[in-house]
Ligand binder design. Structure first.
Ligand SMILES: O=C(O)C[C@@H](O)[C@H](O)C(=O)CO
Length: 271
């Protein structure tokens, strides 16, 4: 069984709140990234007291209200399906704060965590302010929504992006990695991928491998799965007929995304 591929396992944790994915330091080999996916029924509430962790709450689908008990943000969320391909709203909450999410409509919410000691202000990351980037050429085209990129100083260690890859294309490609704390050439960042596909029965392939192949797994990934990337290159290939969506959470000792392309495949960038 793969240690890197997590299937959704739905568990009602309080009335109207279903935990679908949970990646923690205890149940994974990650030290810097934790991730939860919750589904919240209209009127139901999910709350959490953060310890020495910061959290980015992403309104993947549906509408939610979010409060940190000082500020309240209402009717966040812009889409019924991630495949509407418009940016959505998120809220950054710093360590040692308590937040509560109330669903206005049926909602799917991603909770992205990383270690944090210095408290920063809570911040609404509005859909309208999210940078959209089109990357790549030929069959390597993808669209990126930069929710919490390293150019935005709102967080201590969290980086969050969502990526759309169309049918027959590749992303996180040519294969790159960020598993050496060796700036300015490469940063150390762990990563999780939360995947969805359209149509829903679709699948993608994701390979996670290191230079010495001590880690080398190729996974068939379906909607709702999470792939954990503790280290190594991590390309995604999308079969004809399906569109891929994934939400990436990255964190490490330094909040810089500096990746290193697999030298064997670097020629692909230079075409
Ligand atoms: O293909 C892309 O441009 C997205 C990836 O870079 C993805 O966000 C990732 O691999 C982060 O390390």
């Amino acid at each position: 069984m793969s240690k890197l591929l997590r299937k959704p396992e739905k568990r009602e944790i309080t009335q109207g709140v279903t935990l679908v994915q949970e990646v923690t330091a205890e149940n994974s080999q990650l030290e810097y990234v934790e991730f939860k996916l919750v589904e919240i029924a209209p009127g139901a509430k999910f709350s959490e007291l953060l310890g020495k962790q910061e959290c980015c709450i992403v309104a993947l689908t549906g509408k939610i209200n979010v409060t940190d008990h000082e500020e309240t943000f209402k009717n966040l969320g812009t889409r019924e399906s991630v495949f509407e391909k418009v940016p959505t709203d998120s809220v950054y909450v710093s360590n040692d704060r308590r937040f509560e999410i109330e669903a206005v409509t049926q909602a799917r919410v991603a909770l992205c965590y990383s270690p944090s000691k210095k408290q920063l202000p809570t911040r609404l990351i509005k859909a309208a302010d999210i940078g959209i980037e089109n990357r790549g050429i030929l069959n390597n085209k993808r669209t990126v929504h930069n929710i919490l990129p390293d150019s935005d100083p709102s967080a201590n260690s969290l980086l969050v992006v969502e990526v759309y890859t169309e049918s027959g294309n590749w992303s996180s490609y040519p294969p790159h990695k960020h598993d050496r704390d060796n700036l300015p050439d490469e940063s150390f960042l762990e990563e999780t991928y939360y995947h969805e596909m359209n149509p829903q029965q679709g699948f993608v392939f994701q390979r996670v491998y290191t230079d010495d192949r001590s880690l080398d797994e190729t996974m068939t990934v379906e909607s709702g799965d999470v792939v954990i990337v503790p280290s190594g290159y991590h390309p995604v290939g999308v079969p004809d007929g399906y569109t891929s969506y994934y939400l990436n959470v990255m964190a490490g000792p330094t909040r810089i995304w500096k990746f290193y392309n697999d030298p064997d495949h670097e020629w692909i960038v230079k075409r």
